[in-house]
Design a binder for this molecule. Structure first.
Ligand SMILES: [Zn+2]
Length: 493
């Protein structure tokens, strides 16, 4: 890594379709990305965090028609509810791109034009298309003539002339990039899946559709007004169009072309597009490739897939209204194993809330602050029992390791171990019963040191709580003065 690159970090989420309002599945992804962004910012790195909305897909058009709205009004209204997540979920993104913005339209067209001429060709095509996936399906991918991901929707038969991208030109290069970790796919299981998909033999893919089939919605193909860009060619371009690719702005040069840490956070359903199609498009256009792709699993609700027809779609806003934003952030990061699928259930949510947050962190902080407030000024330099400092250092190191592997649930488990260690220390030392004031001061200083460090460690995960804890500890020239904070997590029942 050269000097100039050190400490730059560009992180993106996939951009959701706006055919429906945000649900818990996207909340999971954007919160994970937010934790990574905050973690790297806290390390002093120059972080740029991007999210946005995918507005040019056929799905959006059909949903607008169903709601008897003009497509542009429909997508604008729904994009607003995605933007509102910033406040609802306390997210720290730097930019939000809508793919109907001019910077994107022009950027996506520029990417098309920058691809090598021999990589784009026209051909007659006949096949079945799943609007749910926005993807052509091959016969062997179907189950009972339906898309396995969308068994309740009929497939569309398509016969038309489209532009194709010559993915077959990149077969060997993609295999090398991924097997050598030049593009590192995390976790390993997803890397292996991607590799075996590539090894089966890649096929060229359609990158446009007729204007008629697109219901006259989408980005025109440069030089051919009868066709619009295929939704994936269009959507993937957001990662560079948002940085100002169209006029090769300074930001684009800084965070894309001259960066050694570009990370895409995505769900397992779109891994093929990000780990295979996207690098090929970038190579064709002569652009820098992403460095890492982190692929998370899906979230189920009470054991079932999130689906409108099952009526189990949970609005993240409802949960944060009742329990606070940090309770939701904590649950999604702690309960859902970051590499696999996980479940949301009201029972498990309340167990985590009452157990880990109210009785765990909340109770420990409240005990320490109550004792500390009663004591008055505490010399912070009296802490320093090696055992305690060692425990803190060990926890920090472990959390760093887990975070670089995106194992959020394990990082939190390490922090919670420090919390129970502190709790046990209170129980053993019984500071309220210590008669000697010097001895008592040392114990309290140790405890305050622990919650001070816990506040820093939990900041990327539950920033609001972290701030509340930090605010109740004042350190004036080495003298701690603490005051009881408001109840961090009022018991839910
Ligand atoms: Zn599908």
């Amino acid at each position: 890594m050269n000097k100039e690159n050190q400490g730059k970090f560009y992180i993106t989420t996939a951009i959701p379709y706006v055919n429906a309002l945000p649900h818990l599945g996207f909340a999971l992804e954007i919160i994970q990305a937010d934790v990574i962004a905050r973690f790297h910012r806290a390390k002093g790195e120059d972080v740029y965090f991007l999210t946005g909305t995918d507005e040019n897909s056929l799905k959006n058009v059909l949903a607008a028609e169903e709601n008897s709205k003009k497509v542009e009004d429909f997508v604008r209204e729904n994009a607003e509810s995605f933007k509102n997540l910033k406040n609802i979920l306390n997210l720290s993104w730097d930019d939000f791109i809508r793919t109907t913005e001019e910077r994107h339209t022009k950027g996506a067209q520029k990417l098309w034009s920058a691809c090598k001429k021999e990589d784009i060709y026209k051909k007659n095509y006949e096949g079945v298309y799943c609007v749910g996936c926005e993807e052509f399906k091959t016969p062997k991918e179907l189950i009972n003539n339906h898309c396995p991901e969308h068994p309740n929707s009929d497939l569309e038969s398509v016969k038309e002339e489209n532009y194709f991208f010559k993915l077959t030109n990149y077969q060997k290069k993609l295999e090398d990039l991924i097997s050598s970790d030049k593009i590192k796919i995390i976790p390993e299981t997803r890397k292996n899946e991607t590799l075996s998909f590539i090894k089966q033999g890649l096929q060229d893919f359609s990158i446009s559709r007729s204007r008629a089939r697109a219901h006259n919605w989408g980005i025109p193909v440069p030089g051919d007004e009868t066709q619009v860009l295929y939704v994936w060619f269009d959507a993937l371009a957001n990662y560079i169009s948002a940085l100002g690719y169209v006029d090769e702005s300074e930001k684009f040069e800084k965070y894309w072309q001259n960066n050694n840490f570009i990370l895409h956070v995505i769900g397992k359903g779109v891994s093929r597009f990000h780990a295979v199609y996207w690098p090929a498009m970038l190579m064709s256009a002569g652009l820098k490739l992403p460095d890492q792709v982190f692929i998370h699993g899906y979230i189920t609700i009470e054991g079932q897939k999130i689906s409108k027809s099952l009526g189990n779609v949970i609005d993240p806003k409802e949960i944060t209204k009742k329990y606070g934003v940090d309770a939701l952030r904590y649950y999604l990061l702690r309960e859902i194993p970051s590499y696999n699928d996980g479940d949301f259930s009201v029972k498990k949510f309340e167990d985590r809330y009452n157990g880990d947050l109210a009785n765990g962190l909340g109770n420990f902080v409240s005990r320490v602050l109550t004792l500390g407030e009663k004591f008055g000024g505490i010399d912070s330099l009296t802490y320093g029992q090696n055992e305690i400092l060692e425990k803190i250092e060990k926890t920090k190191k472990l959390v760093d390791e887990k975070m670089l592997e995106f194992k959020f649930h394990e990082a939190l488990a390490c922090i919670w171990e420090l919390i129970s260690y502190g709790d046990q220390y209170v129980n053993e030392k019984k500071p309220w019963a210590i008669a000697d004031n010097n001895e008592k001061e040392i114990v309290l200083a140790n405890l305050i040191k622990i919650i001070e460090e816990v506040a820093k460690l939990v900041e990327p995960f539950i920033p609001e709580t972290s701030e509340k804890i930090s605010k109740s500890i004042e350190n004036n020239k080495g003298i701690y003065k603490v005051k009881k904070s408001e109840n961090l997590f009022p018991r839910s029942n």
